[in-house]
Design a protein around this ligand. Structure first.
Ligand code: DO4
Ligand code: MG
Length: 295
């Protein structure tokens, strides 16, 4: 069971993609209201939604042909880092200018009890499927990061899973770890969606194939695949650290780190189309442009 939103004129509608593959309008205004209503009724969210699917709410066209938006207004998006060996290798390459000859902060955090967690985005900086993500002018080494996103409630319970893109500047990050916020946060540097798959309908979040494809002028220039079974940490472990003495809001998204990094010589260019696919969760596509080309 998937929950999503789509635009219709000036309206933003909440909808479900049900087990029968059909899309239905939902009467609740947003995902987290639906979650609360289900709990009050003593149901799982998926069962609650199933009990509300009616023929007169059916959407006649396939969900993919709708004008899809972010599945929720995540007040904050947090991200974990160096949770896969592939990310550790890529970070070490950046931090040692390709020599990879010494132990780095990244080796230490990969093995430490405490994971790397950082604030990645806010609602105003986060875009949805089909929207433009932005590039920075002061970086010449930029990549998308394909990540499994956890949708959390205020207690840290995992409500569902989505696809996330943690846009990153590898040169800024490699210059100095203290530059991390600039390497990670700028206008439209985060994308999520198009669906939230409800957690109770995902059998095993540690067995999901992930793919990242990048197209330039219609030609595929990056095609990488991996699997969440390579994740070094448990999802509840990441959440446990995130909520420690923290204020976490309903609908917070936690990106769980990347297992896919394009080849080291690759940097995004304006006009590149990025596709991130997570098996059973969805495909998120965005085109990149420079921030000053947007508007
Ligand atoms: O350590 C910097 C960030 C790493 C990251 O974003 C990732 O591993 O996905
Ligand atoms: Mg990342």
């Amino acid at each position: 069971m998937f929950i999503f939103r789509y635009r219709e004129g000036t309206n933003l509608n909440l909808a479900a993609l049900a087990d029968d593959g059909r899309a239905y309008r939902l009467e609740a205004p947003d995902l987290m209201t639906l979650v609360r209503q289900a709990r009050e009724a003593g149901d799982t969210t998926a069962d609650f939604v199933r009990s509300r699917l009616r023929e007169d709410l059916r959407i006649d066209v396939p969900a993919q042909s709708l004008d899809l938006a972010t599945p929720l207004d995540a007040p904050e998006v947090w991200a974990a880092g160096v949770t896969y060996q592939r990310s550790r290798e890529a970070r070490n390459f950046e931090a040692t200018e390709g020599r990879e000859d010494k132990e780095t902060f990244y080796d230490k955090v990969y093995d430490a009890e405490r994971p790397e967690l950082f604030l990645k985005s806010t609602a105003a900086r986060t875009v949805g499927p089909g929207e433009l993500v932005c590039l920075r002018r002061d970086s010449s080494w930029q990549v998308p990061e394909a990540e499994l996103g956890l949708v959390l409630d205020r207690t840290g319970a995992i409500v569902g899973y989505t696809v996330g893109n943690d846009m990153s500047c590898r040169d800024i990050e490699g210059q100095n770890p203290l530059y991390l916020p600039q390497a990670k946060i700028w206008r439209r540097s985060c994308s999520i969606g198009p669906y939230v798959r409800l957690a109770e309908t995902v059998a095993d979040p540690y067995a999901l194939g992930i793919a990242c494809r990048i197209y330039r002028g219609g030609e595929k220039v990056v095609d990488e695949t991996a699997n969440t079974n390579q994740l070094k940490r448990r999802l509840d472990e990441l959440v446990r650290f995130l909520i420690r003495d923290n204020e976490v809001f309903d609908g917070t998204v936690l990106l769980t780190g990347t297992c896919l990094v394009p080849p080291n010589q690759f940097t995004l260019q304006s006009g590149d189309r990025i596709e991130i696919e997570i098996e059973g969760i969805g495909t998120l596509a965005n085109t990149a442009v420079y921030a000053d080309e947007w508007e």
